[in-house]
Design a protein around this ligand. Structure first.
Ligand code: NAX
Length: 328
């Protein structure tokens, strides 16, 4: 029998946490044969709700779930962690400047990065979901010098999945026919969903669509502003789809990409495609044996170049801002 994998979820009592934990416990994160132990990290005000969620997890009698621990101590939460999903974050509230937002999140992600550094298992894989996800990942990574930098990633898989869905609807194909979609840059309104290398039933997606105006004026803004549209419609931000994307991200990272396809992940840049080294930016990646690699050699046209550069510029500005605040 396999040793259980320790999975830590922060912000476990929040709405993404509620959608995420049951799928982790039922085997969707790592595989149908991988037992898991859950560690739930919350702030003191969130502990009681987390206990309620844990009661419901118990009541599912999931065969793969080998234990649940709830704590407000990051050192306990990340002790021996193999996978960490950093979901809890400080949302932007009215009147908050970007600097305030980055500083407030620095107060969360810096100590969590240190706790990961000091307590996590050697094979720790970290996914940051809480916004601003890319820069929060950078802050946590900087606080964890003993953990290989590439273990800190940020979630752009929801954007990736949203883009696939929009493209499938536009072209009238099943989502399963769409491959090699790429999200570049920041998980923000500047992100760039790229279909120039994507395939629809084996054909080049941009050629199938053949409508640059739709791309520029409909597709890209629809994907980039989907989060706001969900809030408008649902009265609450994306939760189940965000949890699903987090599951996809980690599942891909652990179990690999399918032949002939790739995924989008926010990862530390190695300088590929002109993205300054060290920025945590979204790239097309293939994954094998638990290691991701940036897809190389894609030709970037002017349309794409301008949009990638704009999003990367924003990431560089966020990095400079957290550097000025002493957070990295
Ligand atoms: P909720 O406000 O429902 O839940 C957040 C939870 O985090 C709360 O229970 C809170 O008590 C807890 N928390 C706050 N500070 C904490 C800390 N220091 N340690 C542990 N727990 C802490 O938010 P939810 O809707 O679940 O969203 C969570 C985060 O995901 C937000 O930052 C949100 O912006 C972000 N998102 C990121 C997405 C992405 O694609 N990367 C998409 C969905 C989502 O908007």
């Amino acid at each position: 029998t396999r040793t259980p994998v320790n999975v830590t979820v922060t912000g476990a009592a929040g709405q993404i946490g509620y959608a995420l934990l049951f799928r982790i416990a039922s085997g969707h994160l790592l595989g149908a044969d991988v037992p898991v132990k859950l560690r739930l990290l919350e702030i003191p005000q969130g502990l009681k709700a987390a206990e309620g969620t844990a009661m419901e997890l118990d009541d599912c009698a999931f065969p793969l779930l080998r234990g649940i621990e709830i704590t407000d101590d990051a050192n306990v939460a990340f002790d021996g962690a193999n996978v960490a999903l950093l979901v809890g974050a400080r949302p932007r509230t009215k009147g908050m400047e970007r600097g305030d937002l980055l500083e407030a999140n620095g107060g969360i992600f810096k100590p969590q990065g240190k706790a990961i550094n000091d307590n996590a298992a050697d094979d720790i894989k970290v996914l940051v979901v809480g916004n601003p996800a890319n820069t929060n990942a950078l802050i946590a990574q900087a606080a964890a010098p003993d953990v290989p930098a590439e273990r800190f990633t940020a979630m752009t898989r929801l954007d990736h999945n949203r883009a696939i869905s929009q493209l499938a609807q536009k072209t009238g194909v099943a989502v399963s026919e769409i491959k090699k979609l790429t999200i570049w840059g920041n998980h923000s309104a500047t992100q760039y969903p790229d279909i120039f290398h994507a395939e629809i039933a084996g054909k080049n997606a941009a050629e199938v669509v053949n409508d640059e105006q739709w791309l520029a004026d409909t597709f890209i803004p629809t994907v980039a502003k989907r989060g706001a549209a969900i809030i408008e419609a649902r009265g609450a931000s994306s939760a189940a789809s965000a949890a699903n994307a987090a599951i996809d991200h980690v599942h891909t990272w652990v179990n690999g990409t399918a032949a002939g396809d790739w995924a989008s992940m926010g990862i530390p840049s190695d300088g590929s495609y002109g993205v300054p080294e060290g920025l945590i930016s979204s790239f097309p990646v293939t994954v094998k044996d638990g290691k991701y690699e940036i897809v190389q050699g894609l030709e970037i046209n002017d349309f794409s170049r301008a949009r990638i550069d704009a999003s990367v510029k924003e990431l560089a500005e966020e990095r400079d801002a957290v550097r000025a605040l002493g957070l990295i």
